[in-house]
Ligand binder design. Structure first.
Ligand SMILES: C[S@@+](CC[C@H](N)C(=O)[O-])C[C@H]1O[C@@H](n2cnc3c(N)ncnc32)[C@H](O)[C@@H]1O
Length: 251
C-alpha cells in the first residue's frame, strides 16, 4: 500500500485562498533554456510561473505530489514538443503538469476519476487560478471505456504523475493508454513514478499491452535535485521518469 502523507506541509508557507474548500496557493517557478534550440527555431519562453491551489485534505489528488514536480519540469524542459499538441493528463489531481503544458501552448484536457468530483473541481480551480479558460476538464476513470473517453479527439501526448501507486490499478491505466494509442499510433505516454516497492513492476503489462518504455535520466532535464521549481519537492523521494510508446513492429 502506498503511503499517504501531506508533503505540502513540509514546504514553505503558502498563501491561503479565500475559497471553499480552504486552499493553500503555491507558486512554482520554471526557468531555463530547456532542450537545445534547433537552428532557426523559434524562441522559447524563458520563464513560467504557475499557481496551484492545494486543498487541506490528506486524500490523493488534493495537493501536488513529488512526481508532479518532476513531470512538470520534464514538460517545461521539452516545452517545444507540447506546443500545439493535444495533451491529456490522467489522474491529474491539482494538475501541475497539465497546467504547465497548457501554459506552454498545449491543447490541454485534464482528467481524473469520474467518481471523484472533488478532484475534477481541483482541476478546474487550477485552471481558473492560471487564467486557462480553454482547458477542458473531464472524468476519465482508468480502465473504463466511457463516453468521455470515446469523446476525446486524437491525443498526441498523455501525461500522468504518480498514478502507479496501487498495483491493482496498473493494468487499468495501461489499458486506457492502449486505447488512446490505438487511435493514434504516434501517441506517447509521459509518466513519473515514485519508487515505493522494489516488487512492483509494469514490465509484464507493457509486454501484454504491446508498449515499450524508456527511463529518462533525471539529470537530462535538470530534475536530479531535491528542490525543484521553487518547491521543496521532490525531496528525498526516488522518482523515475518514463516515456512509453506503442511497441514497434519489426518485420
Ligand atoms: C497520488 S495522486 C497524484 C495526483 C497528481 N497526478 C500529482 O502527482 O500530484 C493519484 C491521482 O489519481 C487519481 N485516481 C485514483 N484512482 C483513479 C482511477 N481509478 N481513475 C482515474 N483517476 C484516479 C486520484 O484522484 C488522484 O488525483
Amino acid at each position: 500500500m502506498a503511503s499517504v502523507g501531506l508533503p505540502g506541509l513540509m514546504r514553505r508557507e503558502a498563501r491561503m485562498c479565500q475559497q471553499e474548500p480552504p486552499c493553500n496557493v503555491r507558486e512554482y517557478r520554471f526557468l531555463g533554456e530547456g532542450e537545445e534550440e534547433e537552428e532557426g527555431g523559434s524562441q522559447l519562453q524563458p520563464e513560467l510561473v504557475v499557481l496551484i491551489p492545494e486543498v487541506l485534505d490528506p486524500q490523493y489528488g488534493m495537493y501536488v505530489w513529488p512526481c508532479a514536480v518532476v513531470l512538470a519540469q520534464y514538460i517545461w524542459f521539452h516545452r517545444r514538443l507540447v506546443c500545439g499538441k493535444n495533451v491529456l493528463e490522467l489522474g491529474a489531481g491539482v494538475s501541475l503538469p497539465g497546467i504547465v503544458a497548457a501554459k506552454c501552448g498545449a491543447k490541454m484536457t485534464l482528467s481524473d476519476n469520474a467518481e471523484f468530483p472533488q478532484c475534477l473541481d481541483n482541476c478546474r480551480r487550477s485552471c481558473q487560478m492560471n487564467n486557462l479558460a480553454s482547458v477542458s476538464v473531464t472524468g476519465i476513470t482508468w480502465g473504463h471505456i466511457s463516453p468521455s473517453l470515446l469523446a476525446l479527439s486524437l491525443v498526441d501526448i498523455i501525461v500522468a504523475s504518480d498514478v502507479f501507486f496501487e498495483p491493482e490499478d496498473f493494468e487499468d491505466i495501461l489499458s486506457t493508454v492502449h486505447y488512446l494509442m490505438r487511435k493514434n499510433r504516434h501517441a506517447q505516454f509521459w509518466t513519473t513514478y515514485q519508487v515505493r516497492s522494489a516488487d512492483w513492476s509494469i514490465e509484464g503489462l507493457l509486454y501484454k499491452w504491446e508498449m515499450e518504455c524508456i527511463c529518462v535520466p533525471l539529470q537530462s532535464f535538470e530534475a536530479n535535485k531535491e528542490q525543484l521549481v521553487g518547491s521543496f519537492l521532490p525531496g528525498t523521494h526516488t522518482v523515475e521518469m518514463m516515456v512509453i510508446t506503442p511497441k514497434k513492429v519489426i518485420l
